[in-house]
Ligand binder design. Structure first.
Ligand SMILES: C[S@@+](CC[C@H](N)C(=O)[O-])C[C@H]1O[C@@H](n2cnc3c(N)ncnc32)[C@H](O)[C@@H]1O
Length: 323
């Protein structure tokens, strides 16, 4: 269910945050009534709302987000669920300790809907977007860590090129990194519009023919670097699975091919640990498989969802069940 359009913060700019693959996620997670659910990327609480409804009056959901603004919004949206909802400020990299501090040592259902929310992208002052001029911040948790402007002020050109190439999959990474370094030699590079203009100059008039704005990939790469979005995903899956009860399910929605690869690798490793010959009735190697993969191929949004929410275009949902 989408929030009311007038509700503060739900719609900023033109696009509200719409939970991606919502029905597919709830259907594949199939949380039982009374379940303990952990949403490790609470965001605007779209998935959390649907999951709380699915688990009924005996169920409980703990929602983690590193963004205090998102948490505050989620808190308001989920207020009607009372103490069945527990908001937690923190990074899901610290999943085990965050849950332990909340008195939770095992759960039935887990969701990670990775990346940024539309709210973050569309709030000019968060500095994620080249569409609005703002301070070049890009931190999901604005209370801590290095901003994109800080990163650009100190990074070596070769490292910057690698970031833009790897996480932005940008062909012009060398020329863009060089232009950024030249710009910062002239004056501090601290505004989103300033960075976008540097990249537009590299792209030149040919940019008019590009399907996406020439700064899209570089902004994505910097966002991933600033927030450390991809390192640690495999460990996250391992930690999450070790907290799941038998029969419990984990779902991960990713938006970048490198994220999806990390999730696929981690889940496959947990599904194929056992080295016993298939004819053995019970595992004798001591490395039992920990999960069964529920989605052989990742689930992708259909045309209708993509038309209504273009940001869902790159989403891939993978689900596994704890054995
Ligand atoms: C795509 S949004 C989630 C949207 C949510 N499923 C919904 O329906 O509204 C991702 C959220 O995860 C948060 N996030 C991203 N990385 C995180 C991390 N490492 N730890 C905790 N929260 C994180 C972001 O701040 C953002 O609010």
């Amino acid at each position: 269910m989408l929030p009311a359009a007038h509700e503060e913060g739900w719609v900023s700019g033109s696009i509200a945050h719409r939970p991606v693959l919502l029905h597919e996620t709830v259907e594949l997670l199939a949380p039982r009534s009374g379940a303990i659910v952990v949403d490790g990327t609470l965001g605007a609480a779209g998935h959390a709302h649907a999951l709380l409804e699915a688990i009924g009056s005996e169920g409980r959901l703990l929602g983690i987000d590193r963004d205090v603004e998102a948490l505050e919004l989620a808190r308001r949206r989920l207020a009607s669920f009372g103490d069945r909802f527990t908001p937690i400020h923190g990074r899901h990299e610290d999943l085990t300790s965050l849950l332990r501090d909340a008195g939770v040592f095992a759960c039935d259902t887990m969701l990670f809907d990775l990346g940024v929310s539309s709210m973050q992208l569309d709030r000019p002052e968060r500095g994620f977007s080249f569409r609005h001029d703002a301070v070049l911040d890009m931190r999901m948790d604005a209370t801590t860590g290095e901003s994109a402007a800080d990163l650009l002020a100190r990074i070596e050109e070769a490292d910057l090129r690698r970031i833009i190439s790897r996480w932005g999959e940008e062909k012009r990474s060398g020329a863009i990194a060089r232009a950024i370094v030249r710009e910062r030699e002239r004056r501090p590079l601290v505004r989103t519009a300033q960075l976008a203009a540097v990249i537009e100059r590299v792209a030149g008039p040919a940019a008019r023919r590009f399907k996406i704005h020439p700064a899209t990939r570089t902004f994505q790469a910097l966002r991933i670097a600033v927030n450390g979005e991809i390192e640690g995903l495999e460990r996250l899956v391992n930690d999450a699975v070790s907290l799941l009860r038998r029969g419990g399910r984990i779902a991960v929605i990713s938006y970048h091919s490198l994220e999806d690869r990390a999730i696929k690798t981690a889940l496959r490793a947990l599904a194929n640990r056992c080295t016993c010959p298939p004819r053995l009735p019970v595992c004798g190697c001591g490395k039992e498989n920990l999960v069964r993969i529920v989605t052989g191929r990742p689930v992708r949004p259909g045309d209708q969802e993509i038309d209504g929410n273009p940001r869902s275009r790159s989403a891939r949902l993978r689900v596994a069940e704890r054995l």
